[in-house]
Design a binder for this molecule. Structure first.
Ligand SMILES: C[S@@+](CC[C@H](N)C(=O)[O-])C[C@H]1O[C@@H](n2cnc3c(N)ncnc32)[C@H](O)[C@@H]1O
Length: 230
């Protein structure tokens, strides 16, 4: 972890929960390093997925969560703070992105959260050794169409081993031509669209941050097409 940590971004999640109107809050800090590597700062999608996790926090204690392409890991950090058993991951080739995940954990007093190398599309010993999972998180992982099939290969592998798990993912609409529909069909997966207003994320400011701004962000839940969803 030799890189100096030059900045940080703060988030504050309050109120808004599925099925309740609790007025509790959660304050987090994540590192922010100006760097060509995409994982070194939080992306707008991360604030939206973290809000979804926060909104469903009452369901999280004891749930086993894996974040893919985590970078600074805002959604995974929220899940861990809400009582989930979280594992964070980023590419095996991008040590600095795994280091910043680790740094994010330390900044939020989450010293027990493991950070591992998982490269999309690679059935590695790390992937094979994973414990059972209930929820997979992925924020802004669908940012380059060349990776779409690799991501879904990994997700499909995990959902085959954990048939009742779900992949909660947010993506930024960068081109109307990009689609994962055919790949979902090929890998026997299905998706449902989750409207942002249904979890209070239809805002330019979220968690006291202007990160979502005017970006168009969508949230979907991907699961196995052959599972009955129970
Ligand atoms: C656009 S960034 C999103 C980071 C973070 N999830 C967020 O939303 O703030 C994409 C992330 O995917 C990771 N990544 C890129 N290629 C990958 C690959 N082939 N396997 C696993 N992770 C990868 C990057 O290191 C980076 O953390």
């Amino acid at each position: 972890m030799g890189e100096p940590w030059r900045g940080e971004r703060r988030f504050r999640f309050v109120g808004d929960a599925a099925g309740g109107a609790e007025r509790e809050g959660l304050e987090l800090r994540v590192p922010e390093v100006p760097d060509p590597q995409y994982g070194m700062y939080a992306w707008p999608c991360a604030a939206v997925l973290a809000q979804y996790v926060w909104f469903h926090r009452s369901a999280l204690p004891g749930r086993r969560v894996l974040e893919l392409g985590a970078g600074v890991s805002l959604p995974g950090i929220v899940a861990a703070k809400c009582g989930a058993e979280v594992t964070l991951s980023d590419s095996e080739e991008l040590q600095q992105c795994r280091d910043i995940s680790q740094r994010s954990c330390i900044m939020n007093q989450l010293h027990h959260v493991p950070v591992i190398g998982i490269t999309w599309g690679r059935i590695s010993p790390q992937l094979l050794a994973l414990d059972p999972i209930d929820i997979i998180l992925g924020s802004d992982v669908f940012f380059d169409p060349k990776d779409f099939e690799d991501i879904l290969t990994t997700v499909s592998f995990l959902l085959e081993k954990n048939p009742h798990a779900q992949f909660w993912t947010t993506y930024q609409v960068r081109s109307a031509d990009w689609s994962i529909e055919a790949l979902l069909y090929k890998w026997r997966l299905k998706s449902i669209h989750v409207p942002l207003h249904s979890f209070s994320a239809d805002k330019e400011h979220l968690a006291s941050s202007s990160l979502p701004s005017r970006h168009t962000i969508e949230m979907i839940i991907i699961s196995s097409a052959t599972s009955d969803g129970t």
